[in-house]
Design a protein around this ligand. Structure first.
Ligand SMILES: Cc1cc2nc3c(=O)[nH]c(=O)nc-3n(C[C@H](O)[C@H](O)[C@H](O)COP(=O)(O)OP(=O)(O)OC[C@H]3O[C@@H](n4cnc5c(N)ncnc54)[C@H](O)[C@@H]3O)c2cc1C
Length: 395
């Protein structure tokens, strides 16, 4: 088995790993060799293709809002940025907005969060029930006193199209993808030196990047690092109500149940709260059908009578890459293993953060600091320091 040497080895070629590979290989000031090791080239169980594809501006920390603003800019030019041989990718951005519904008890927090979003220039408006009834006449707003609605650059994309577009462009720019699995990392004091692959091959590396999604806790452990990212199962259901509702937003009910249109159907799910959100094996993709019957459908039917009669036409389960510490990403090098970088723990919003995270990692690896957007708040050592960087809007 041949052993090869790369300047950068990225563990995981999902949307995050491929975004990092693209941004790094596109830099004029980086000419190093880049390898991406991906254990499943079909991405059958990766999170991105199983996600809702949601892209929003409505976050609660300035950093996450700024990340979203870059996402919007990137998506506006994605066809140019990721063009390969005249083929301009289309990620199908449906800009129908997110609508967060709030009860009277939630109003104070919603106003506080709205001020943060306004300050950061996020195109978000607060709607009273009368305004909501006019705009979304099919909703039953009993118990709802406020809505927060994104008026631009919010909606959903085709997540697989974005992943494939990053990957194709990265390969065109010279990145080597290995159809293999990283099963061990060599560490020499404060440095990682090589990645061992399941095939028996070893890749010597100047820098190693952990982009292994919900498996990233396991990859960190290979280097002796403790990363509190674990898989959390989310079941998603596609329902047919034999009707389409034009311009329906991605709606987040106060209960946590969410839904949005998907072609002629609707796609829906919910995020269980602790303790109903246990750790699961990372190959447990059994759909939790009782969640639909007991938690999701009753809420949808109550909120919108059009959902009283429906047929489930498809369902699947996917894994959130949950950062158990503070539900926010971990971005940057390990404080003691200085050439091991992390881009993990996106806790359900990693797809939309992939452009900014790819760019940020390319900056850290090439020039050793953030050049465009300061993402220091996501640093690894906040975990050991016990300094939570909380994102309140985790769907
Ligand atoms: C139901 C659901 C809905 C979601 N909705 C949204 C949404 O609306 N908006 C949003 O922004 N995000 C959403 N997410 C979250 C989003 O999908 C993830 O945050 C994002 O995909 C993380 O990207 P990633 O590349 O880190 O992980 P992944 O997409 O999981 O990719 C990681 C890759 O690493 C590979 N890998 C892992 N370990 C190894 C190893 N040891 N060796 C080699 N390869 C390895 C895997 O095979 C995989 O391909 C959702 C997720 C789910 C499950």
């Amino acid at each position: 088995m041949t052993n090869q040497t790369f300047d950068v080895v990225i563990v995981g070629g999902g949307v995050i790993g491929s975004a990092i590979a693209y941004f790094l290989s596109a830099r004029a000031d980086f000419s190093g060799r880049i390898a991406v090791v991906e254990r499943d080239q079909t991405y059958e169980f990766a999170s991105a293709p199983r996600s809702l594809g949601g892209v929003r501006q409505q976050f609660t920390t300035p950093e996450n809002i700024k990340i979203s603003q870059f996402t919007a800019d990137f998506l506006a030019g994605v066809g140019d940025f990721l063009e390969v041989d005249g083929d301009r990718p289309d990620v199908g951005f449906k800009k129908q907005g997110y609508l967060f519904l709030g009860t009277p008890e939630m109003e104070t927090a919603m106003h506080r969060i709205h001020e943060i979003q306004k300050r950061e220039g996020a195109p978000v408006t607060l709607l009273d029930p009368a305004a909501m009834s006019e705009k979304f006449p099919y909703l039953n707003l009993d118990g709802i006193s406020l809505g927060s609605y994104g008026t631009a650059n919010e909606g959903w994309i085709d997540p697989f199209a974005l992943l494939q577009a990053f990957r194709r462009k990265a390969r065109m720019l010279g990145v080597t993808y290995f159809d293999d699995e990283v099963v061990g990392l060599d560490r020499d004091g404060g440095k990682v030196t090589a990645a061992h692959l399941k095939s028996g091959e070893t890749l010597a590396a100047g820098v190693i990047v952990n982009a292994a999604g919900y498996r990233s806790g396991k990859v960190a452990a290979m280097a002796g690092a403790d990363l509190p990212v674990r898989p959390r199962k989310r079941s998603v259901f596609v329902v047919d109500i034999r009707e389409q509702i034009p311009n329906h937003p991605l709606l987040i009910d106060p209960s946590g149940v969410y839904w949005r249109p998907e072609g002629q159907y609707f796609i829906c799910g919910t995020s269980p709260k602790e303790p109903d959100d246990p750790e699961v094996a990372d190959d447990d993709f059994d759909v939790d059908h009782e969640w639909f019957e007991e938690e999701i459908w009753p809420v949808m039917a109550e909120r919108c009578p059009k959902f009283e009669a429906l047929k489930v036409v498809n369902s699947w389960a996917g894994m959130y890459d949950m950062n158990l510490f503070d539900h926010n990403a971990v971005i940057g090098p390990h404080p003691e293993i200085t050439n091991l970088y992390f881009a993990n723990g996106f806790s359900g919003h990693g797809l939309q953060q992939s452009p900014a995270v790819g760019r940020a990692l390319s900056e850290l690896i090439t020039v050793g600091k953030f050049e465009t957007l300061d993402l220091t708040a996501f640093r690894f050592d906040r975990i050991a320091a016990g300094e939570k960087f909380l994102e309140e809007a985790v769907v």
